[in-house]
Design a protein around this ligand. Structure first.
Ligand code: FES
Length: 157
C-alpha cells in the first residue's frame, strides 16, 4: 500500500510504496539527490532531515549509524535516504541545502565565479566552499585533491 510523504522546502507531496526506501522516491521526483556510493550507506549525498514521522521509518542499521557519525551536519533527525524504508504515514523529508562536489563536472569552469550555494563534501557533508565565495585557482586545486580522496575512499569501501 502506498504512503504519502511531504518534501520540504519545496512543499511537494509524493507517494511511495510501503517498504520502499526514501531515495527511490526522491529520485523519481528528480530532486537534487545524488547517490555517490550507489546506495550502500557509505556517503552523505543522500543525507536528509526527517522533520516529522521518524517513527514511520525502518530503524537505522549499524552501517547507517556509522556513516551518519561522519557527517558534520548530522542531527538527531538525520537519515540516509537509501537506507530508510517507509513503513508508516506522516513522513516529512527535508533536503539539506548545497551542492555536492561530486556533481560538478568541470571545476575549472568555476574559476572567477561566485558559488550560488555551498559546495559540500560528498562523504562527510562539510561545507568546502561557502555560498557567495569567489572560486580561485587554488580553491579548484583543493577541490580536485578532495575529489581524488573521495574516489579512493569509495573504491576501498
Ligand atoms: S547513496 Fe550513499 S549513503 Fe545513500
Amino acid at each position: 500500500m502506498a504512503k504519502k510523504i511531504k518534501l520540504e522546502p519545496i512543499a511537494q507531496e509524493a507517494s511511495i510504496d510501503t517498504n520502499d526506501n526514501l531515495l527511490s522516491m526522491l529520485l523519481k521526483h528528480e530532486l537534487n539527490v545524488k547517490w555517490k556510493c550507489g546506495g550502500r550507506g557509505r556517503c552523505s549525498t543522500c543525507h536528509v532531515y526527517i522533520q516529522e514521522g521518524l517513527e514511520s521509518l525502518s530503524p537505522k542499521s549499524r552501517r547507517e549509524q556509522q556513516t551518519l557519525m561522519l557527517i558534520s551536519s548530522c542531527q538527531e533527525n538525520s537519515r540516509l535516504a537509501c537506507q530508510a524504508r517507509v513503513l508508516g504515514e506522516g513522513v516529512v523529508v527535508e533536503l539539506p541545502i548545497g551542492m555536492y562536489l561530486s556533481e560538478i563536472d568541470n571545476l575549472d569552469a568555476l574559476i572567477g565565479r561566485r558559488v550560488q550555494q555551498p559546495i559540500l563534501h560528498p562523504i562527510d557533508g562539510t561545507v568546502l566552499v561557502e555560498e557567495g565565495m569567489m572560486i580561485t585557482r587554488s580553491i579548484v586545486h583543493q577541490l580536485q585533491q578532495a575529489q581524488q580522496q573521495i574516489e579512493s575512499f569509495l573504491a576501498q569501501t
